[in-house]
Design a protein around this ligand. Structure first.
Ligand SMILES: *Cc1c(COP(=O)(O)O)cnc(C)c1O
Length: 374
């Protein structure tokens, strides 16, 4: 990408109207079928599971902003994760993942293990030497999410990529970049091979598109992914592709505003009696905090007026989740507690409302959560 990211985001998909209308923004093309000029000829589009003009435009944009050469837009973040594992692992393979991940990723990994005999080990994300010790001959892939979800641990992606590739250049380093987005973290520049997004979150940014993305910077990996996606068909539809193109135009502005609001709240939340500990990575819009044991999580959630108690993150509306009973519910209780995912842990996706309205809402909801009896 030669231009700066703000220019790429706002203009990278424009000027692509092939009808010579001069339209500033890209048109939306719904066609699933494309006429062939003659036998053995193609316009480049044949059938939209393989490629369609609107999805292709989005995929070019996703590749550009993540410093990749090939991108694939999928029907959800889970479909993106499935695309990576279907394309790059088979029965008997092994992979390693960081231990504090999106809960749905663990559900997926357990299914891979049980149904498809793809075994995995967890790594705590701290000491790279410990990670190297877990590598086996059959290890195909290392899966990282940083900052971790929901406890905001930071993983040294560059350190992992360097150390692993020095001894095993064939092992793919895959990063779920949903939380920080390319605005704050560029895994491919840090040495990763595969970048994954739940575009439902910040890339979409408005709590109204379910989508995913996989980005690579290698032709061979790109060809394998294209083949897999063509075969399995978990592609993003034209309309959601167009909406995502539109959403991406403001990604840089939204991320800066999410960060400003989150910093404001992360500074103030520790001053509240009723809040024991606040976890924040310093950038982005995700904050986790522990409500004191003397405070009721249920009362806190019921008292919210601006924030919504709802599962998801990364949108303009502030959402609050309780990972213990929502996103991480499928994880064994012992594992949850070992990671600090207790019933009192609250995850806040800070939206773009006025920062003082958010602060007032959290203050009054925490106050309302105090149990009467000590
Ligand atoms: C939500 C999420 C996913 C799954 O994406 P969907 O779009 O819900 O399928 C994967 N990884 C992370 C970090 C997420 O937050």
């Amino acid at each position: 990408m030669s231009r700066k990211i703000a220019t790429q985001l706002t203009q990278g998909t424009n000027g692509t109207d092939d009808g010579n209308t001069g339209s500033v923004v890209a048109p939306l093309n719904f066609s699933t079928a494309f006429r062939h000029p003659g036998l053995g000829e193609s316009t480049g589009f044949d059938y939209s599971r393989l490629a369609g003009p609107t999805r292709q435009l989005l995929e070019g944009q996703l590749a550009a902003i993540e410093y990749g050469t090939h991108a694939f837009a999928t029907s959800s973040g889970m479909a993106a994760i499935d695309l990576v594992f279907s394309a790059f692992t088979r029965s008997g393979d092994h992979f390693i993942c960081s231990d504090d991940l999106y809960g749905g990723s663990f559900r997926y990994f357990d299914e891979r293990q049980d149904k498809y005999n793809v075994q995995y080990d967890k790594w705590n994300g701290i000491n790279v030497d410990d990670l190297l010790l877990k590598i086996k001959k059959s290890t195909k892939l290392i899966w990282l999410e940083s900052p971790s979800n929901p406890t905001m641990k930071i993983i040294d992606i560059e350190g992992v990529a360097k150390a692993v590739h020095a001894i095993r250049p064939d092992i793919l380093i895959a990063v779920d970049n949903t939380f920080l987005t390319p605005i704050y973290q560029n895994p491919i520049k840090l040495g990763a091979d595969v970048v994954v997004h739940s575009a439902t979150k910040y890339l979409g940014g408005h709590n109204d598109i379910l989508a995913g993305a996989v980005i690579v910077n290698d032709d061979k990996l790109g060809a394998i992914l294209q083949e897999e996606l063509t075969t399995t068909g978990q592609t993003l539809d034209s309309f959601d592709s167009w909406l995502l193109i539109r959403s991406l135009k403001t990604l840089h502005v939204r991320m800066a505003a999410h960060t400003a609001n989150a910093r404001y709240l992360a500074e103030r939340l520790p001053t509240l009696t009723g809040v024991d500990k606040v976890l924040y990575a310093g950038v982005g819009g995700m904050i986790s905090f522990y409500l004191n044991d003397k405070y009721s999580v249920d009362k806190f959630l019921r008292a919210l007026r601006v924030c919504s108690f709802a599962e998801s993150l990364g949108g303009v509306e502030s959402l609050i989740t309780v990972p213990y009973i929502q996103t991480h519910h499928d994880m064994p209780v012992g594992d949850r507690l070992a990671l600090g995912i207790t019933p009192q842990l609250i995850r806040l996706s800070v939206g773009l409302e006025d920062k003082d309205d958010l602060w007032d809402d959290l203050q009054q909801a925490v106050a309302a959560a105090k149990e009467d009896k000590e």
